[in-house]
Design a protein around this ligand. Sequence first.
Ligand code: SF4
Length: 297
Amino acid sequence: MREQALSGHLDSMRKNATGRAAPPPLEFMSEAPLSRPRKRLFIGLVTGTSVLLCLFMLIGWVIPLVGFGNIHPSVPWVTGILLAACILVIAWASLGLVLQISIGRNFWGASRVRGIAIKFFLPVMELLARLFGIRAEEVRRSFIKVNNELTAKQCGRIDPDRILMLLPHCLQRADCPLRLSYTVDACERCGRCPIAGFLALRDAYGARLAIATGGTIARRIVVETRPALILAVACERDLTSGIQDTHPLPVFGILNCRPEGPCRNTVVSLEIMENALRRFARLETLPAAMVCTREKA
Ligand code: SF4
């Protein structure tokens, strides 16, 4: 019976991979939040931010128009044309981004400017959200949700050794004396923190596993391992900046939870990571059974 259930599970995954059935959405939050991250919030903020930026540019052009004319009669027109070009680029980037998020398809090459748009828009979006009483964390969660959906739509199946599971050092027990930043294999798998579970996942799926103690180390690991996909675990702030930094490299972000406050003994759902591995790893490399389910049984 169990064998049948497992082969049925693999069959359905293969069916999903051929596009005959829509793959189920991947969860990315280790704990249920007070409010679910909303894609609409991100779309609304992108639109609001681009409209605001365009308005500011227009005002910045109209007010000194008379002064420009005194320099030379053609200066207002030249600055006007440059400004119109900037407004067109902003409108193209934001509209392309919104359409890509809503329909899931890349329009007018907008994915190329996605990283730049996100980098410049996100801080303004957070400011705009604050005006409406929306916390920065909520904006970042909706950004991670949107990013994950785009990654899931754009990424095909990848060899597991090109998938990097990148973890923050705060998942390790604060009182564990072992140093894991050089090699995760120094872990003795005592099971007091999620690192032992991640090692089991790495061994079963053949993916890569690394622990980063900060943004600089994370960037170094990415440069050294040259993955095709990163499955990153972190808090909202670190995931957001990590996704921005590594663009166009696809990142699937998984949020950890912080029962003891930030950066100390954080935890994460191994099942969410395993589901992500099963979604992205090449089918013939998948173990028949879920490691997490096996360990629970
Ligand atoms: S599983 Fe045990 S040995 Fe490994 S990092 Fe966690 S606390 Fe240390």
